[in-house]
Structures are given as C-alpha cells and as structure tokens.
Design a protein around this ligand. Structure first.
Ligand code: 5RP
Length: 219
C-alpha cells in the first residue's frame, strides 16, 4: 500500500470514531482531504464543520458540507486533523501545509483531537521534519536569529503566505527531546504567531494507516 492509501485508510477509520451528531472540527492536508470526502457521505448526521483553512473550507463547501464560524459554534466535541510527525506521547509536528495557527486554535477549542496519518509519520523523537513556525512578516529575520540561538537552522518558505497573511520559517536540524519546553520557548519569541509543535495540546487519539489495517494509539 502506498502512503496515500494508508492516509485514506486512517481517514476512513476516523469516521467510525465520530459522535452521532453535532459540529466537527476539520484540519488541513492530504490526509484530511480523504477525511472530508468520507465525511461528505455522512454529512446529514451532522450540523456542520469548523474549518482550519481556506483550502479545507473550499473542499467542504464544494461537497455540500456547511462550514461554520468558530465564534458562533462555541467549543467542539471533536477535531480531526493530520500531522507531519507524531511521537508515542501523541505530541505532533504540524504545519507542513502552513495551516498551523488555525489548526492550533480549533484543536484548543475541541474536547477530543483525533489525529490521522500514515504509519510513516510515527517517530521516536520529533524534529526530522523541519519545524514550521508562522511569523509576522516584519519579524522574519529577528525570529530567524532567535531560532538559530535555540539550535535550529530556519529556512524561509519563499513564495508562501499563510491564510493569516504571515510567513513560515521551516526550522531544520532540531532534535526535539522536550517538545513542551521548546513549544513554550518558541512561543515566547516576539513576532512568532504559532509554532508547529502540538505538545501542550497533543492529540488524544492517533489513527495510523498501516499495511495490516488501521492502528489506533493513545498516549
Ligand atoms: C497542515 C498540516 C497537515 O496536517 C500536515 O502537514 C500533514 O499533511 P498531510 O496529511 O498532507 O501529510 O499540519 O498545516
């Protein structure tokens, strides 16, 4: 099975874990696109979705899923999203698609975070995937220097602007032994909007697509 088939498998397994109704938080990325396609088939059971990106909003609306404003819905029962890396504590690196800020907001506002991924995303130590950091444009160089001081090698994701009109620095060369500590440290840098470490609010459930079928992990 290739990675895309494993992503689809994980996404379809997540449908089985959804509540009977209500409003579902929906993440961003190729794995979530499979989830949106599967969710569209059962959308009648639900009152709609809160989206974490313009791309997911467009895909959901095209499939007839009602997209609601988080300010109007209040807290959500469940958020479903992918990840670039996950460790066994279900700390994640996210933001490969650049949607990390809205993803972090919807995850924070949800009681349960179901993460869906192919098995290649499971790692012992986070950091092989370059860590995305969303920054205010005028702070790009300053934040870059601060990230170097923390031991990383930031690379500006050129020709890319986030849904919030900000920039992304992808930080290479980190071995993230203490995800919560590094998440806090990077959040403290002036000009950082969001760091793509999801450790203070990790996933509650990780569904991995594997050659043997979906594997459900909890921390
Ligand atoms: C987007 C994300 C995605 O969840 C992450 O990049 C995984 O993407 P994919 O499902 O395409 O592998 O954080 O900002």
């Amino acid at each position: 099975m290739n990675a895309d088939e494993l992503k689809r498998q994980a996404a379809e397994a997540a449908i089985e874990l959804l509540p009977d109704g209500g409003i579902i938080g929906v993440g961003t990325g190729s794995t979530v696109n499979h989830f949106i396609d599967a969710f569209a088939k059962v959308k009648g059971r639900f009152d709609g979705a809160v989206s974490s990106s313009e791309a997911s909003t467009e895909r959901m609306q095209t499939l007839g899923i009602q997209v609601l404003d988080l300010n109007a819905t209040g807290g959500l029962e469940v958020y479903v999203d992918g990840a670039d890396e996950a460790n066994r504590q279900l700390h994640l690196i996210k933001g490969g698609g650049g949607a990390l800020t809205r993803e972090k907001i919807v995850a924070a506002a949800s009681k349960q975070f179901i993460c869906i991924a192919d098995e290649g995303k499971l790692v012992d130590v986070l950091g092989r995937f370059p860590l995305p950091v969303e920054v205010i444009p005028m702070a790009r160089s300053y934040v870059g220097r601060e990230l170097v001081a923390l031991g990383g090698s930031p690379v500006w994701r050129e020709n890319f602007v986030t849904d919030n009109d900000n920039l992304i620095l992808d930080v290479h060369g980190l071995e993230i032994m203490e995800p919560m500590k590094l998440e806090t440290a990077i959040n403290q840098i002036a000009g950082v909007v969001t760091v793509g470490i999801f450790a203070h609010r990790p996933a509650d459930v990780l569904i991995l697509g594997t050659a043997e079928g979906p594997r459900v992990m909890k921390p």
